[in-house]
Each structure stands twice: as structure tokens, then as C-alpha cells.
Design a protein around this ligand. Structure first.
Ligand code: ADP
Length: 280
């Protein structure tokens, strides 16, 4: 189900309304996962406004954990997280989470129809232009190939995904599943977007096109995304570099490259790797 149903051991006492996300602030945030003593985030301080922010860093450096704390899947051990200047614990979980449309790598699609994959978690099903909104989201997420398959079946958005329960259904590839999940993220009503590795299974062309779509969709919205591919980082107005649970650099791509520090090193290692891959 949707994020709103993920309660964990978080107390949901807040009563404040949240109609949109304008700013996010982390103040001296420390965190270790329950039952462990290894700090995963250490003294995180950050102020984000309506901008596109890329979180970069090696695997295990704390990027996903940062996102989990922001969505209150866990609470920090120390420090505070504020949205629009208010501690996020003052908002109800539903208010907080309903502002974000989130793409996680582990997101599942359902063995229902294409349309139900969009409407199942939302209360918008009865809305009259819902088909149009779904088609727009599919278009932005470069799902033309999926639509093509459904047209061959003659059932359009009512085509089942997987043939598990419907022999007229269609099977999708890993990359197509990922694009469908991204389309669902675009479809969901939101005031801020979070995307955790949105292009890991995509071919370079689809990846490039999705990042073009993201450029439009994220205009004027607070957007946080993680990516391993430095070519995608150019979407970001601002880059935050995580290392072992700490923020070690923060700035625009141009600023960080000029600094010739951690970001610059990672950027060059990747560039060399791609060059040698191309040659081999
Ligand atoms: P990144 O997103 O940068 O790859 P993560 O935030 O996923 O990093 O992970 C940071 C650290 O937290 C890693 O050492 C990881 O093993 C650990 N970790 C992640 N999830 C859990 C969990 N549910 N329980 C315990 N440790 C976790």
C-alpha cells in the first residue's frame, strides 16, 4: 500500500496541516537504526528550498536513510527535521507523506490492470479525467512501448499487467516495470518529489529521456533525487555529497568540480570508467 500505511514505531500525534512543502531543514540530526549502535547519520545540517537536489555518495553513505527520516519512517535519535519551519512531528503522518510523491527502487507494481496500478493507492479513481492524467504520466515516463503492447491487446489501460490472473495480460521487462513505477510517481498528486535511483535499470536512451521529463515536472518544486550516474546530476541545482553518514560537500556541480575535492574525484573516476568501458 502507500506510504501513508507505513507506521513502524513512529508516534503519530501531530495535528498540523501541511498544504505544500516550501522548505526542509535538518538540524544536528543523528541516527542509528533501531537495535544497532553504528551511527548511520552524524550531525546532518541542511536547509533546502524549492530546488532540485541530488544526493550523491558511495553505497551505504546514508542517502536513503536521509530520505527515510524525512518521510518519518524513523525518527532521529538527536536533532530535528523541520518542514516550513515546523518540526515534522507536529504534522500528522498522512499530512506529511501525502505531500511527497516518492519513487523507491524497491517499489512494486501490482498484478492488476495498467489503470489500477495508478488508481489503487489513490482516492482519485472516480475522477473523470483520470485516464488522461494516467496517459500523461505514462508519456512523461517514456512508456510508449508499454502502451503499444496494450494496444495490440485492444484493451488499452484495462490491460492486465502480467498474465498471472489474465491470459490476455502483458508481461513487462525490468526496465518497463521501472518506467511504470516512475509514471506512478509522476501521476500521484504531490508538492515535492523524491526519487531514489530512478534510472538504475534503464537503457541510456530511456534514462536520458526520463531526465528530460523530470526537468519539466520538477520545475518550481522541491525535488530530491539520488543517482549513481553523474551524467544525471546536471539536472540538479545543488549537489549534496554524503560520505560515511556525513555531508562532506554541498554546492552546484560547477562549484564542486572547481573545488577539486570529493565530488571531483568521484566524477573523474566515473568518467574514466565510462571511457574505458567504451574502448573495451
Ligand atoms: P545509501 O542510500 O547511501 O546507499 P543507506 O542509507 O541505505 O545508504 O545505508 C546507510 C547505512 O545504513 C549502511 O551501512 C546500511 O547497511 C545501513 N542500513 C540501511 N538500512 C538499514 C536497516 N534497515 N537496518 C540496519 N542498518 C541499515
Amino acid at each position: 500500500r502507500t506510504l501513508e500505511h507505513f507506521k513502524n514505531h513512529i508516534s503519530d500525534q501531530g495535528t498540523e496541516r501541511l498544504s505544500q512543502v516550501d522548505t526542509i531543514e535538518f538540524n544536528h540530526v543523528y541516527f542509528a537504526y533501531p537495535g544497532t549502535s553504528t551511527p548511520v547519520l552524524t550531525d546532518i545540517n541542511l536547509f533546502l528550498k524549492k530546488e532540485r537536489v541530488a544526493l550523491v555518495g558511495l553505497n551505504g553513505s546514508g542517502k536513503s536513510t536521509f530520505i527515510k527520516l524525512l518521510l518519518r519512517m524513523y525518527d532521529p535519535d538527536e536533532g530535528t527535521i523541520l518542514i516550513n519551519g515546523r518540526d515534522i512531528r507536529e504534522y500528522s503522518l498522512v499530512e506529511l507523506r501525502s505531500n511527497f510523491s516518492v519513487y523507491f527502487q524497491s517499489m512494486k507494481n501490482y498484478c492488476f490492470t495498467l489503470k489500477e496500478n495508478f488508481t489503487i493507492a489513490d482516492d482519485d479513481q472516480a475522477e473523470e479525467n483520470v485516464d488522461k492524467r494516467i496517459l500523461t504520466a505514462l508519456d512523461l515516463a517514456q512508456c510508449e512501448d508499454i502502451l503499444q503492447k496494450t494496444r495490440l491487446r485492444g484493451r488499452g489501460l484495462n490491460t492486465s499487467i502480467t498474465r498471472l490472473f489474465d491470459h490476455e495480460g502483458i508481461e513487462l521487462s525490468g526496465g518497463q516495470y521501472q518506467k511504470l513505477s516512475i509514471a506512478r510517481t509522476f501521476f500521484r498528486r504531490h508538492t515535492a518529489l523524491i526519487l531514489d535511483e530512478p534510472s538504475s535499470n534503464l537503457d541510456p536512451i530511456a534514462e536520458d529521456q526520463i531526465f528530460q521529463s523530470l526537468r519539466c515536472i520538477t520545475k518550481g518544486k522541491l525535488t530530491i533525487f539520488t543517482t549513481h550516474r553523474f551524467s544525471n546530476v546536471s539536472l540538479a541545482d545543488r549537489i549534496i555529497v554524503f560520505e560515511k553518514g556525513k555531508i562532506v560537500e554541498d554546492g552546484s556541480q560547477r562549484q564542486l568540480l572547481a573545488k577539486k575535492n570529493r565530488y571531483y574525484e568521484m566524477f573523474n573516476i566515473q568518467k574514466e570508467k565510462y571511457n574505458s568501458d567504451e574502448k573495451s
